[in-house]
Design a protein around this ligand. Structure first.
Ligand SMILES: [Zn+2]
Ligand SMILES: [Zn+2]
Length: 198
């Protein structure tokens, strides 16, 4: 079972939905993540609402390619788990590449086929470009390189895929070196990890 995330057009920057871009919804004690490599403020890529939690994904875009943004542990990206209650639009830092050009809404499309097959079928059936498939919600990661499923830092169990993200349309584009991003979480432990492969 695959749940495709397809482009649904622009939405409000603070839309309380799963989306790419815009402003993250975060708790009152939230501090915008900074890059361990360049110290700049990271760029907000996407939020995934799971019901009881929100997962917010950030990556440094200040010096593309120089901050080990692909690495799950180098500090060039960050994925955070918030309880879904009491979220409010975060304060965006004044400096740095902090926002994507557009907040994009997402339609969810389920398919019994594996991810890559589901992508092909959706594009063909709908006559829309594959780039309008922004990724998949949950499910099985479609690795471009080897399996890099992370383990939870708290309970040491393998994490679950929250979302696989594709680079997307030019106005919503994330820089994964032409590849795919992977956000994992252990929701009970409130731990999350992001990485990308190309
Ligand atoms: Zn950086
Ligand atoms: Zn855990």
């Amino acid at each position: 079972m695959t749940t495709l995330m397809t482009y649904a057009g622009p939405v409000a920057d603070d839309a309380p939905t799963t989306r790419t871009g815009g402003v993250p919804l975060a708790p009152a004690d939230f501090t915008w993540p900074t890059c361990a490599m360049c110290s700049g403020s990271m760029q907000f890529l996407a939020q995934v609402l799971t019901g009881e939690h929100a997962v917010a994904i950030f990556m440094c875009a200040n010096d593309p390619g120089l901050c080990e943004e692909w690495d799950p542990a180098a500090g060039g990206n960050r994925a955070l788990v918030f309880p879904a209650s009491e979220l409010a639009p975060a304060q965006v830092p004044a400096e740095g590449e902090t926002r994507l050009p557009e907040a994009s809404g997402i339609d969810l499309v389920t398919d019994d086929a594996p991810y890559e097959t589901a992508r092909e079928q959706w594009a063909k059936t709908n006559g829309r470009p594959r780039r309008e498939i922004l990724g998949q919600l949950g499910g099985t990661p479609s690795w471009l390189q080897g399996d890099e499923t992370p383990t939870c830092a708290s309970c040491t169990q393998p994490m679950n895929l929250v979302a696989q993200l594709e680079q997307g349309l030019s106005r919503t584009e994330m820089n994964f070196g032409g590849g795919s991003g992977y956000a994992f979480a252990c929701l009970p432990c409130a731990e999350a990890t992001f990485l990308w492969q190309s």
